[in-house]
Design a protein around this ligand. Structure first.
Ligand SMILES: *Cc1c(COP(=O)(O)O)cnc(C)c1O
Length: 501
């Protein structure tokens, strides 16, 4: 059948938008023009324009897709500027201290541009060739920084949540196989699995519970363990919790230790916890999404002692190695553990064609089509180097400590902890008010007001049911004066609230 003339016309007009030798100069033109818009974004004064959500919605004429007409590169860039670049959040801005979003390094951006343009998919050797080698090199590099044995291995993932998912799944399937001869991957659920229990600190990331639910075991399969006043899991409480579950007839199968909790940056005592896991002969997973990269520092390496005993590790390069999202890895002590997720598909990676020379990374991943996220890390390690990364991380840690010492004696603030990493949790607590509910309301007001006005972005969290503010510091170019400016804004906004209410 012949295409109708209208289709032919559209095809003729747009076919040169494909990335190929004929479009070489158009590619350069588009990317250069886009770069100009991105550099203009860097000139935005505030971390956020403060535009109201209702006004952003009014830009529907820009947002909507018109099925009957298309735009030039210039018009499209102009639209995306008005719709997005003028109003999006600038993570590099010193007044952005909210979440675990880091400013990103230029070498990583270059790596990402190449990966996106060439569009390598890393699941099989025949789609990736040396990209597979580069991912494996990055994995071996981080495994060796962690002190894992030569049997260790890993895979890039979409983030800490997916890495933790893999950790829980493997812990479960490994226990079921080792102790009950069950092959859950092939045969599915078995009743005994309902008794399996994971243990983690009560300050562990929510993805532990969420993932337990996603693998069919439910939130109740995760036993939260009490933390001490430094927000670290209490080893004696861990042992008690394990013993208690055993008495109830449940089966402890894994301990998840956190290396850098999301809110407090606290490190569980990895070495002690690893010994408890060994004593009970159960899986030891370390969630190092936030603190794992601190293995590159002199200041914090000792806090990661014991991680070399882990059966599996989560590490997020898009949090603390200054990488654009996504860049993250899941590591295992023994490459054989990947058998719990591997699948051999006739059309992709048939088992009978398995070739050690040409590995298929799909055997290690729960994804199929997968981005070449290792490339940006490779660029970073080649051009920035691990020493500089380590020094950046030390810098943001000292910044958090500096801030802690600067406001410790201030009667307007109550501090929740002394920073172990690069967060500080505290709340505005003017002595004039003596009611926790009002303190909560004031702190929420401060956070919302500063965000909406585009002045500063601060996070909040709860501790003992009270609302606290949180600074997450990941920008090594920030100074203590930048932070004290935000502190001043907090004070002014807080005192405005009290005088108006
Ligand atoms: C952020 C975080 C996660 C989740 O990682 P994502 O990359 O956001 O999926 C898991 N654990 C901890 C401790 C984290 O801080």
């Amino acid at each position: 059948m012949l295409l109708d003339t209208q289709t032919n016309l559209v095809t003729d007009q747009k076919i040169d938008q494909f990335f190929d030798p004929e479009s070489k100069y158009t590619y350069e033109e588009y990317v250069q023009k886009a770069i100009r818009y991105v550099t203009n974004f860097l000139d935005n004064e505030n971390f956020y324009s403060g535009e109201l959500p209702s006004n952003l919605r009014l830009k529907n004429n820009l947002l909507a897709i018109n099925p009957d007409s298309t735009l030039s590169i210039d018009d499209t860039l102009e639209q995306i500027k008005q719709l997005y670049l003028d109003h999006t959040i600038a993570f590099h801005h010193p007044n952005y201290v909210a979440h675990l979003n880091c400013p990103v390094l230029l070498p990583a951006i270059v790596g990402d541009l190449i990966a996106s343009s060439v569009n390598t998919a890393v699941e099989t050797w025949d789609q990736s060739t040396s990209a597979t080698l580069i991912e494996q090199e990055m994995i071996q590099w981080i495994c060796s920084e962690m002190g894992l044995p030569s049997t260790s291995d890993g895979v890039f993932t979409s983030g800490g949540t997916q890495s933790n998912f893999m950790g829980l799944l493997m812990a479960r399937d490994h226990y079921a196989f080792k102790h009950y001869g069950l092959n859950l991957k092939e045969n599915g659920w078995s009743n005994v699995v309902s008794k399996f229990r994971f243990f983690c600190s009560e300050k562990a990331h929510f993805s532990i519970k969420k993932n337990a639910a996603l693998i069919g075991m439910g939130y109740d399969a995760v036993i939260p363990v009490a933390t001490d006043d430094r927000m670290k899991m209490k080893p004696e409480a861990l042992v008690q919790a394990i013993e208690k579950e055993k008495q109830l007839g449940n089966i402890p199968i894994a301990i998840v230790a956190t290396a850098g909790t999301t809110d407090f940056g606290s490190f569980d005592a990895l070495e002690t916890v690893s010994k408890i896991a060994a004593e009970y002969d159960i899986w030891f997973h370390v969630d190092g999404a936030y603190g794992g990269c601190y293995v590159l520092t002199d200041t914090h390496q000792h806090l990661l002692k014991g991680i070399e005993q882990a059966d599996s590790i989560t590490i997020d390069f898009h949090k603390t190695m200054f990488q654009p999202v996504c860049s993250s890895a899941f590591l295992v002590r023994d490459t054989n553990y990947f058998k719990y997720v591997s699948y051999y598909a006739d059309y992709l990676n048939p088992l009978e064609h398995r070739d050690k020379e040409c590995p298929n990374l799909i055997e290690k991943s729960i994804q199929t089509t997968r981005r070449f996220d290792a490339l940006k890390l490779w660029f970073t390690l080649k051009m920035t180097g691990k020493k500089a990364i380590g020094s950046f991380l030390e810098k943001v840690h000292y910044l958090a400590l500096d801030l802690y010492h600067s406001i410790k004696e201030d009667l307007d603030f109550e501090i929740a902890h002394k920073p172990e990493l690069s967060t500080l949790v505290f709340r505005y607590k003017t002595p004039e008010v003596d009611d926790n509910h009002i303190h909560d309301a004031i702190n929420l007001y401060i956070k919302n007001t500063l965000f909406k006005s585009g002045q500063a972005s601060i996070a909040s969290t709860k501790l003992n049911d009270n609302l606290y503010l949180k600074f997450t510091l990941l920008n090594p170019k920030s100074t203590i004066d930048d932070l004290l400016d935000i502190i001043q804004m907090i004070k002014e906004t807080g005192s405005n609230y009290t005088s108006n209410n």
